[in-house]
Ligand binder design. Structure first.
Ligand code: KG4
Ligand code: ZN
Length: 345
């Protein structure tokens, strides 16, 4: 079965053709990073406009790269939740129109489900190796959650962030340190030359398996001001002008270590509560982080190029929805849900 997956929930316009949920026949991703690097973050209206321009060329290239015509495509899958409203609209309207035009069944997929299913991609017969029940640590720009997965297409949120997502925290700390957007890869790179034990940063006290990352960002801000002997009223956007390269590297390494330690602590707690778990998978943009991967050698993670937003993971998720008996959706009435949880989808 060949599925065309379409993803536009944030700032990547992406389409891919995937066979049987694992074999990537094509994977086209047009990133808007260059546009948003200038602003230091995503501007929703600009993102939607860019999706509109890139969408059809990306779909056409995905079909061409896969050597497919519309006759070869069995179904269309699209992200309809959660994400930026305007961005989701462009992807879903495109998928709905194509489904009607080419008489294809349409599947609407939750974005976090797609990130989890990126672990099944790449033609590797992973089903034999990733075994249920699974714990999925979802670490992206918008979410930080621990999901319990007893079987394909079944998700229970057992831990979630009370405020910022861990990726968002990487992005905000990078801004304080004067590192380019997106902050995750910039911090990881700067951290290579830094001392992770140079600055002691606090771990938040959050009950159970939940997270909080807004305090960590503020702790970095205060630590930078203290290191520079500047008052806490000193504007955060100016701090970068006073930091040496070594200080930036040390703050990056210390922050990254703390963020990774926090994630690992909660995952350990989740494993202690669920000793029946057989596999751990990482999912979302932050799963590309080397320090996190090294700290969790037992965990499966997608190939780094599949950990960020892409269409292949949408097609993979739809394949396992179909396998689990999920019916296709009506292309005339499909809605978008910018904030809905994975449990309600
Ligand atoms: O999953 P994703 O591509 O988009 C969302 O669904 O949010 O995740 C984007 C997030 C950004 O916050 C980015 O800074 C972070 O993933 N990220 C990383 C790395 N690569 C991307 N964070 C830490 N280390 C990385 N290597
Ligand atoms: Zn994502």
């Amino acid at each position: 079965m060949k599925i065309l997956g379409i993803e536009t929930s944030c700032d990547e316009t992406a389409a891919a053709v995937v066979q049987n949920g694992t074999d990537i026949l094509s994977n086209v991703v047009v990133s808007q990073i260059d546009i948003f690097a200038e602003y230091g973050g995503v501007i929703p209206e600009v993102a939607a406009r860019s999706h509109l321009e890139a969408m059809m060329p990306v779909v056409k290239k995905a079909l061409k790269d896969a050597n497919c015509t519309w006759d070869d495509i069995d179904a269309i899958a699209v992200t309809h939740a959660p994400g930026l409203l305007g961005s989701l609209l462009i992807g879903t309207l495109t998928a709905r129109t194509l489904a009607i035009l080419h008489h294809k069944p349409l599947y609407a997929v939750h974005h976090l489900k797609s990130h989890v299913y990126a672990n099944w991609l790449n033609g590797v017969p992973r089903d034999g190796f990733i075994r249920f029940p699974i714990l999925a640590l979802v670490v992206s720009g918008g979410h930080t959650q621990i999901l319990y997965m007893p079987a394909h297409n079944q998700f229970e949120i057992i831990g979630t962030t009370h405020d910022d997502a861990v990726g968002e925290c990487f992005d905000k700390v990078a801004k304080i340190l004067g590192l380019p957007y997106p902050g995750g890869p910039s911090i990881a790179k700067a951290a290579e030359k830094g001392n992770p034990d140079k600055y002691k940063l606090p771990h938040p006290r959050v009950e159970n398996l939940d997270f909080s990352f807004s305090g960590l960002k503020t702790a970095v801000l205060r630590a930078v001001q203290k290191e520079l002997n500047l008052p806490i009223s000193h504007p955060s956007h100016d701090l970068k002008n006073h930091l040496s390269d070594q200080q930036v590297a040390d703050f990056s390494a210390s922050f990254q270590k703390t963020a990774v330690d926090i994630l690992c602590e909660k995952l350990d707690l989740a494993l202690a509560q669920h000793p029946e778990v057989k596999s751990i998978v990482l999912a979302g943009g932050v799963s590309a982080n080397e320090a996190l991967r090294k700290a969790l050698p037992r965990a499966f993670s997608p190939a780094p190029y599949l950990s960020g937003d892409n269409g292949a993971m949408v097609a993979a998720a739809a394949y396992y929805e179909i396998e689990s008996g999920v019916k296709s959706t009506d292309p005339y009435s499909l809605n978008i849900y910018p904030r809905i949880s994975i449990e309600n989808k």
